[in-house]
Design a protein around this ligand. Structure first.
Ligand code: CA
Length: 232
């Protein structure tokens, strides 16, 4: 499972409301975002981001030019945030060295999915990075990624490796609906074409082992979410 912790994202966006939404969304997902608001500041930035999110409509320089210059000197993955959606621009974007783009308005879920896909493609180091060892607590559930132990109200629950990964994935953002496709990609593997039933089977056994079926809610047609509940 790919973990966003320690992934530094340089966000280049002059629109305050979009910048705020992206910055707080990325932080909530565990990324380490840094914001600059001009093309010049992006080019002068002396950090070493793992990924750049680049607005096209910047106050000083053209976004495609910024993209080109960044690409000239680095292989850093670049995702363009564009308000333009026509085909010509898409080709232009990719020709200017961008790895992908999102069209405004976009949701955080879509953005994070793009970031993951791009990071996976372009940086094996990032994708194979060991997940952080921070203990995750969601209600009565306590997940220790280092020892891969899970307790409910202090009692250890024995999970299979996949059940553990599934629970940890759901617990990364309690309350948020995780899409089936994303779960399969994250917990199983990219381009996993096995039976979709596999996920349901694992959810069912995870519910059984946690002892509270309603802690993992199914959202019809979308996916699943972990509900933070205190122990009973
Ligand atoms: Ca702009």
């Amino acid at each position: 499972m790919w973990n966003p912790v320690r992934v530094q994202v340089l966000v280049v966006e002059d629109d305050g409301s979009i910048a705020d939404a992206v910055m707080s969304g990325l932080s909530r997902q565990g990324f380490q975002p840094t914001l600059v608001t001009t093309g010049r500041a992006a080019l002068d930035h002396d950090g070493t981001p793992d990924l750049v999110l680049l607005d096209l409509g910047l106050p000083d320089l053209d976004g495609t030019e910024v993209c080109r210059q960044l690409r000239d000197r680095s292989n850093v993955p670049i995702i363009i945030m564009s308000a333009r959606s026509d085909e010509v621009d898409r080709v232009l974007l990719l020709e200017s060295g961008a790895d992908d783009y999102v069209v405004k308005p976009f949701g955080m879920r879509e953005l994070v999915a793009r970031i993951r896909a791009v990071a996976r493609r372009s940086s094996p180091d990032v994708t194979s990075q060991e997940p952080a060892d921070d203990v995750i607590e969601a209600g009565a559930i306590r997940i220790d990624p280092r020892t891969r132990r899970v307790t409910v109200d202090g009692d250890e629950v024995a999970l299979t490796p996949k059940e553990f990964d599934l629970l940890r994935h759901l617990a990364a953002d309690p309350g948020a609906v995780m899409r089936r496709r994303d779960i399969l990609e994250e917990v199983w593997e990219p381009n996993w074409f096995g039976s979709a039933k596999t996920l349901d089977v694992h959810v069912a056994s995870l519910r059984r082992k946690l002892g509270h079926a309603d802690w993992i809610e199914a959202v019809r047609g979308v996916g699943f979410r972990l509900v933070e509940r205190p122990g009973v």
